[in-house]
Write a protein that binds this ligand. Structure first.
Ligand code: ZN
Length: 564
């Protein structure tokens, strides 16, 4: 059981500037203790995608006495203090982001006068991964060779002189893709969308992991863990390493499995990007009907498993060198099926939701099954779904019933859901989900258990059968969400015990409805409109979940109802 907090902890009324999180303070730890948090995600040491020296500053930089006055601490101190309180801090590796920021420097280039938010002082320059690779500011940052003796060498055997240009995902025309969702439109900074298929980038990510572990993290969280599949939404990826690997993948296919479009093709000279351009495709319009698209996705589904595994193993082995079992996790966004083969390499599953609504039983069941009994921390989407309307309600003392219902549902269906109203007066964030042992009491569902509402239930193949409900009018034997499709069946293994069934490979494939290495069949994400909980009430058995149209109408009605 974990009580996770989504702990960017950014400043109120200001952007969340990825990748560097605001400095931590002792007061934050007091708040986290009062929330009874046990794990912090997106919570520390994100600056590696600016540079390694910058990351080291986040970890160990000396704090000015004026900032000590208000309890500011560096990230290593934060991690240590959290550990004393039983709170595990996960270092965040923003795998898909490669940054450059505008900076203002003094004349001798040994002092930063402004960074990102400029103030018109000194000399304006750029500071980020490119400058780090080129040792552009020796008085500010240690050289690349301090971290990689002999520098970095790419898959063509060339010395790397620009990490951004080397490791970025590219569209079919060779243009770099951007991580646009983290770039602030009113700022000059930019983030390239990076590619883990490039071995240079994996070497770099391992250096980030080393620094995080040296700084004491309990775990490492690999964000956007499906790069470069992630890049397909941005026209990628046609970088040199993806093209080499795809060609090698096709060459290795048995003759009978070779796509028919490639019959008679000289695979030795094959380049997917050029091949598509010759046929008039740009991999942007009608992408999913582009020739070989699903073959390409199937290939990438193999590479993401391999390279996530490589980093996960590295976290474990470097942690072991330091005498610690460092936990491994990632951001398995919405638990999309292609993340399913990652699960054996992880200790805890962390995911952002695509859309958060008040009731989403099929998704809760899916998550519980996906995790196979491991803890799940689910973070709500702060921009979509119901949080933008729910958080102001909670802040003004309304909507507690809606809030509770989300938790009852998740708890009944095998995960525990716990939105927190935000830390330090922030209006955002912090849906917290505990872990997923159905039938177990959740002692932390509420901080003040005046009306403790706990469901004890068995997860069945098609829903949840309530065994006992405290403070909830649910009869023994009531079923929840019976017609919602579930992906992993659960059966009772013994008196009072529940065990997940499908741990074998065949079961896993059937469970996810998806063969990561084989079938090209796309698996749709759960349709939010279907994520409605059927009625709960005395004698309820096998009630139908409303169809999408009815569900949407009902949802609209509910959202406009005044909170009680
Ligand atoms: Zn690539």
């Amino acid at each position: 059981m974990e009580r996770g907090v989504y702990f960017d902890a950014w400043f109120p009324r200001q952007h969340c500037y990825h990748p560097s999180l605001p400095p931590r303070r002792l007061k934050m730890i007091e708040d986290l203790e009062s929330y009874r948090a046990t794990a912090l995600v997106w919570s520390a040491l994100g600056g590696g995608s600016i540079s390694l020296p910058y990351l080291e500053q986040e970890a160990w930089q000396k704090i000015d006495p004026r900032f000590r006055m208000y309890g500011f601490i560096n990230d290593a101190e934060f991690i240590q203090h959290c550990q004393k309180k039983g709170i595990k801090v996960f270092g965040i590796v923003f795998e898909v982001q490669g940054w450059e920021f505008p900076v203002e420097l003094n004349e001798t280039e040994d002092e930063i006068l402004a960074l990102n938010e400029l103030r018109g002082e000194g000399k304006k320059r750029w500071l980020g991964l490119r400058e780090f690779t080129q040792n552009r500011y020796p008085k500010l940052w240690r050289p690349l060779e301090h971290y990689f003796s002999g520098g970095l060498v790419n898959s063509d055997g060339e010395q790397v002189t620009d990490l951004l240009e080397e490791c970025v995902s590219r569209d079919i025309f060779g243009a770099p893709c951007h991580s646009t969702w983290v770039e602030c439109p009113d700022r000059e900074h930019y983030a390239y969308l990076m590619d883990r298929n490039n071995p240079v980038w994996r070497e770099y990510l391992k250096a980030i992991i080393r620094i995080q572990i040296d700084a004491g993290v309990a775990g490492v969280q690999l964000d956007e863990a499906d790069l470069p599949i992630f890049a397909t939404g941005y026209g990628g990826c046609f970088c040199k390493d993806c093209m080499k690997l795809f060609k090698a993948y096709l060459q290795k296919l048995p003759a009978q499995d070779l796509p028919k479009e490639l019959e008679g093709e000289d695979l030795e000279a094959f380049h997917y990007g050029s091949w598509l351009l010759q046929r008039g495709y740009d991999f942007k319009a009608n992408r999913e009907s582009t020739p070989l698209y699903w073959d390409y996705i199937r290939f990438q589904r193999q590479t993401i498993v391999e390279y996530f595994g490589e980093l996960a193993d590295y976290i474990k082995s470097y942690g072991a060198q330091k005498g610690r079992d460092v936990q491994v996790s990632g951001n398995f966004y919405y638990l999309s099926p292609h993340y399913y083969p990652f699960e054996p390499k992880t200790d805890i599953l962390i995911t952002e939701m695509d859309s958060t609504s008040y009731r989403q039983p099929s998704w809760c069941r899916y998550s519980a099954g996906f995790a196979g009994g491991k803890p799940v921390i689910v973070v709500e989407n702060p921009y979509g779904g119901v949080p933008p309307e729910l958080l102001p309600k909670l802040k003004s003392g309304q909507g507690y019933d809606l809030f509770r219902m989300m938790q009852y549902e998740a708890s009944a269906l095998g995960i525990n859901e716990r939105p927190v109203r935000g830390l330090d007066g922030q209006r955002h964030r912090g849906l917290v989900l505990g872990a997923a042992r159905p039938g177990r009491r959740d002692p932390g569902l509420h901080r003040r258990p005046r009306r403790r509402a706990v469901l004890h239930g068995d997860l069945l193949g098609n829903g949840c059968r309530v065994q006992r409900a405290e403070q909830l009018r649910l009869p023994r034997g009531a079923r929840i969400g019976p017609s919602v499709p579930v992906l992993v069946g659960v059966r009772r293994a013994g008196r009072g015990e529940t065990t997940f069934r499908s741990r074998d490979a065949a079961g896993r494939q059937a469970a996810a409805g998806h063969d990561h290495a084989g079938s090209a069949q796309p698996v749709p994400d759960p349709d939010p409109a279907r994520m409605q909980l059927s009625h709960l009430g005395p004698g309820t058995r096998g009630e139908r979940v409303p169809g999408p149209r009815r569900a949407r109408a009902r949802d609209r009605r509910r959202r406009t109802e005044p909170a009680r």
